[in-house]
Write a protein that binds this ligand. Structure first.
Ligand SMILES: *[C@@H]1O[C@H](CO)[C@@H](O)[C@H](O)[C@H]1NC(C)=O
Ligand SMILES: *[C@@H]1O[C@H](CO)[C@@H](O)[C@H](O)[C@H]1NC(C)=O
Length: 735
């Protein structure tokens, strides 16, 4: 059965007479019949059309990015990357662990800059308009350390850990915001075959204690701010013996040890480096099957789970992702600011450094010239660094889009018209409509309109890596046009070491996540309850199952949960069952269309996919965030919404609605009605069914941040937490 399935689908993907060429033929014949009464002018227009059609046809045939493959395990529809017959396991021969990869890389690029950090010139606290204290910083240029220098620091720090007393088999936790020392600490631990436990800096105390305790961590490497937190809760940290902290010019006081922490060894990062420099020791290198990282991810419910990633998992991912970033070279500069405890950033930094790129560290609060923490007159991280590559989660890109839109709207008049014109011309070009703005015209718009937008991220971005959640079509298109850079959308999970797919940079379509990277197989399997089957037409659909060397070992000390979602097939390949629903386009690109858990059956039997509705709704300019709720006891869905404050306030002003506070405005019936009606329009445009469109909404005046526990560190909404926090409001929406 399985083989027959695969073979029949293989032919539809690979045969030259597939769906796409057919489409082209019908287009061409339409042009021909339209040309019945041709004048010479029409001919001269038609020639480029036919020419472009001819070119397109060849291009599309080349773009079959994935092909079906015969594999073991559960029957389904499986594809692999078209460029590699077998799965890639390492970026190059011998680079089979993080430490081997890094050592090779440092030899290759020794004199080249690797890690850059900005100098802090001044820090001050001012009063914000509403009276709250606001920190502002003045930052200098990036200072760089070469691959060679960083490698020495890694060796020193690694030996220093031994001087402190780190023994074979002990685990080390890194609990800090993203910065150069994080990267160095990771590499140093790898050279000691010490498993690194990572924890989001925004995780609550209970989760932190749980993670450190469960993994029996003896050594914690943290930043100065987190050190105070650890000292405060030392009584709960039974296994911790030593802490290495990264210095912070904002906290000058010496750490004070008392109670349970008085038996700890607490040393600054630099001290450990100098200890190691004085007494170097031979490295204790890991093997590919050793666990490199146990990454704790905040689940949507309960305590976080630790995902065990081996060295083999990580280098396989690096090998796969590298092939998806064209022309990666030491000329590239990457702006790092996402949390390194998140798999997307961890894999991005390891992959880009392995390609020789330089990594400059920034923070989310100092990213642009107008960022919150940047003192007026100081350059933001992006304009100072002028990166060529940048990673982002969709929520951040949505904000960039909204920011630009707002500026354009408030400029109004001719400027706005010009922006709209330029935007539409470029969209036409990107979508391959022949009359779109190409060549000299593109140059004109770039100069006149988009140059200023690009300057926000430094002006040199050549590619944006997006992951962590699905990116809305609108935002992806917006980034393509305004930044002139492809947005490589990746799909993957912590359990599969981040990227399993990555969209090709030359692919102008939106809403899809690309073909599998060459280190992963992607299989769709039937999900009968949800009505998704691999036999569906026009595209096979089903639950996404990922297989290959990227699939991690499972959850630390949680065999039951591991057995639920991981399986090894009769040929020895590990598979991870994602719970996401996808479909494969004829060119081999995956599109995520649903999530098993997030489908709710309404009272009258219709299914509502919460995630799908939310992503469409986010197209409304009134929305910063939202959660759709539905249950089988009611016939309609409702939504809890965090509105975009400037948008809502400017509407209120225009509509003549008076209000005291923003909170007051959010409570007004008129505001709810306005947002509801805009959502209705957006949802209709997004082709949602009537029953899918929320019938009532509640507007919240407080944003959802990771600190509130309502969204994850990657800014994905946590349904259970939101449902619990706003249970009363949800109840009222159904009255
Ligand atoms: C690395 O450490 C693990 C855990 O202590 C151990 O099982 C493994 O054998 C070590 N690997 C090597 C190559 O020594
Ligand atoms: C840590 O683990 C021990 C046993 O492994 C348990 O007794 C203790 O309650 C745990 N502490 C916390 C804070 O989870």
């Amino acid at each position: 059965m399985a083989t027959a399935d695969t073979q029949s689908s293989a032919s539809s993907l690979e045969s030259p007479g597939g769906a796409l060429p057919l489409l082209d033929v019908s287009n061409t014949s339409k042009e021909n019949s339209a040309g019945g009464t041709m004048t010479p002018i029409v001919v001269s227009i038609l020639i480029p059309v036919i020419l472009s059609l001819a070119l397109r046809r060849r291009g599309e045939k080349k773009k079959n990015a994935a092909v079906t493959v015969d594999v073991g395990g559960e029957p389904g529809y499986t594809v692999r990357n078209h460029r590699y017959l077998s799965l890639l396991e390492t970026p190059w021969e011998g680079a089979n662990t993080i430490s081997a990869l890094f050592e090779d890389t440092c030899k290759n690029y020794s004199p080249h800059p690797l890690l850059g950090t900005r100098e802090l010139i001044q820090r001050e606290t001012i009063k914000s308009p509403d009276g709250r204290p606001l920190e502002k910083v003045t930052l200098g240029k990036f200072t760089w350390q070469t691959f060679g220098e960083v490698f020495e620091r890694v060796q020193h720090f690694s030996s220093g850990l031994v001087s402190l007393g780190l023994k074979k088999g002990e685990k080390v936790a890194i609990f800090a915001e993203t910065r150069a020392e994080w990267f160095i600490a990771l590499q140093a631990c790898s050279r000691r075959n010490a498993t690194v436990v990572t924890i989001y800096a925004s995780l609550g105390d209970e989760s932190l204690a749980h993670s450190l305790n469960e993994t029996e961590v003896t050594t914690v490497i943290c930043d100065r701010k987190q050190l105070n937190k650890l000292l405060d809760m030392s009584a709960q940290l039974e296994t911790v013996k030593r802490v290495v902290y990264m210095s912070d010019s904002a906290i000058k006081s010496e750490p004070v040890l008392s109670g349970a922490s008085s038996s700890w060894t607490v040393e600054p990062f630099a001290k450990v480096e100098s200890l190691g420099k004085e007494s170097p020791v031979e490295p204790d290198l890991p093997s590919p099957s050793d666990v490199a990282v146990i990454m704790y991810t905040s689940g949507s419910t309960g305590l976080p789970k630790g995902v065990m990633m081996t060295h083999g998992n990580l280098v396989a991912t690096v090998a796969g992702v590298t092939t998806a970033i064209p022309n990666l070279s030491p000329k590239d500069i990457y702006l790092a600011y996402l949390p390194l405890a998140h798999v997307l950033e961890l894999v991005a930094e390891i992959t880009l450094s392995a390609g020789g790129a330089s990594i400059g560290y920034g923070t989310p609060l100092t990213l642009t010239d107008t960022s919150n923490k940047i003192k007026k007159g100081t350059k933001g991280d992006a304009s100072e660094l002028q990166p060529s590559l940048i990673a982002a989660v969709p929520a951040i890109l949505d904000r960039v889009r909204d920011g630009v839109r707002k500026q354009v709207d408030s400029a109004g008049g001719l400027k706005k018209q010009m922006f709209e014109l330029a935007y539409n011309r470029r969209v036409a070009a990107i979508e391959g409509r022949w009359f779109g703005a190409v060549g000299p015209e593109k140059f004109l718009w770039d100069k006149l309109v988009f140059g200023k937008v690009r300057a926000v991220l430094g002006g040199r971005v050549r590619g944006v890596l997006s992951g962590g959640a699905p990116l809305s079509r609108d935002t992806q298109r917006f980034m393509n046009v305004c930044f002139g850079a492809p947005v490589g959308q990746g799909y993957g999970l912590t359990e599969t070491c981040a990227a399993a797919t990555f969209s090709e940079w030359t692919d102008p379509s939106v809403g899809r996540v690309g073909p599998p990277i060459p280190s992963t197989y992607i299989k769709l399997i039937d999900w009968d309850e949800g009505g998704y089957r691999t036999s569906d037409t026009p595209m096979p659909r089903g639950e996404i199952v990922l297989g290959g060397p990227c699939v991690t070992l499972g959850y630390f000390k949680n065999q039951a949960k591991t057995d639920e979602v991981y399986k090894v097939d009769e040929r020895g390949i590990r598979w991870f069952y994602t719970g996401d629903i996808g479909r494969f386009h004829p060119d081999g690109c995956l599109e995520i269309i649903d999530r098993k858990k997030d489908i709710v059956k309404l009272q009258h039997g219709e299914y509502v996919s919460l995630g799908k509705v939310e992503s469409v709704m986010m197209g409304s300019h009134y929305l910063d965030n939202c959660m759709v709720h539905a249950d089988p006891f009611h016939a309609y869905a409702v939504a809890i919404i965090v509105p975009n404050q400037p948008s809502l306030e400017s509407w209120a002003k225009q509509a003549g609605i008076t209000f005291d506070t923003y909170e007051d405005l959010c409570g007004k019936k008129e505001a709810e009605q306005e947002v509801l009606s805009d959502i209705g329009k957006v949802c209709k445009k997004g082709k949602l069914e009537k029953f899918e469109i929320p019938a009532k909404v509640k507007l919240l005046s407080e944003p959802w941040t990771p600190e509130t526990g309502l969204v994850t560190a990657a800014l994905k909404i946590k349904r259970e937490a939101i449902r619990k926090a706003f249970a009363e409001d949800l109840k009222k929406l159904y009255l």
